[in-house]
Design a protein around this ligand. Structure first.
Ligand code: E4P
Length: 218
């Protein structure tokens, strides 16, 4: 399983990559708006930091506009993946882009049927939004589980990215579901890492060692 960071904040990405656990990044227009920088400039900088896939989303809503924006984004760096929303226009764009060898991440996926259509159109990734489904009283992770099992059954190469991850147990559930990727906010990555008993354990080891009065490293 791979973990991506869901952010456009370059500092967060730098810190995540330094930890050795982050192999890709996903962004969306809201995340890029938050850093108040031009999209292409941010994507270029992120692509230089991260060796793996970096998803950047189109803003156009018609097929021709999406394809044109996708070409421009893909020209920024070889690891750009173009995020396309799951609409009729989006599916046509995904098909056209697959024909041009441009990687896509079909976004705003809320059902296994949408994911199936994205895979059939030639998407490289599909992103079911777990947290947003949970928010409306549905079982977001069920969409990940069902989609992973459908893709396995038919040997689709399209990879599921468990997205809209809100807390560490979402990551555990995505891993149990067999999702090849989960994309998470930096805060959730830190929540995965930290445990109060780890902190207590470190303190206790250091205190016990200090009692003997032998210098560390000797
Ligand atoms: C996925 O690629 C999206 O950027 C993201 O996961 C959306 O998450 P949110 O529902 O927390 O905005």
């Amino acid at each position: 399983m791979r973990l991506f960071l869901d952010t456009a904040d370059v500092e967060e990405i730098r810190k995540g990559v330094e930890l050795g656990v982050i192999s890709g990044v996903t962004t969306n227009p809201s995340l890029v708006a938050r850093v108040k920088r031009p999209l292409k400039e941010v994507v270029r900088e992120i692509c230089a930091l991260v060796p793996g896939p970096v998803s950047a989303e189109v803003l156009a809503r018609d097929t021709a506009g999406m394809v044109e924006e996708a070409r421009q984004l893909a020209a920024i760096a070889p690891n750009v993946v173009v995020k396309i929303p799951i609409t009729e226009e989006g599916l046509r764009a995904v098909k056209a882009l697959a024909g041009e060898g441009i990687a896509t991440n079909v976004t705003l996926v809320f059902s296994p049927n949408q994911a199936l259509l994205a895979a059939l159109a030639g998407a490289t990734y599909v992103s079911p939004f777990v947290g947003r489904l949970d928010d409306v009283g549905a079982d977001g992770m069920e969409v990940v589980r069902t989609t992973v099992s459908i893709f396995r059954q038919y040997g689709f190469s399209t990879q599921v990215i468990a997205a809209s991850i809100r807390h560490p147990m979402h990551v555990v559930a995505a891993a149990q579901a067999g999702a090849p990727v989960a994309t998470l906010p930096y805060g959730v990555l830190m929540q995965m890492l930290r445990h109060p008993l780890t902190d207590v354990g470190i303190e206790r080891f250091l205190a016990d060692w200090a009692k003997v009065g032998i210098a560390p490293g000797s």
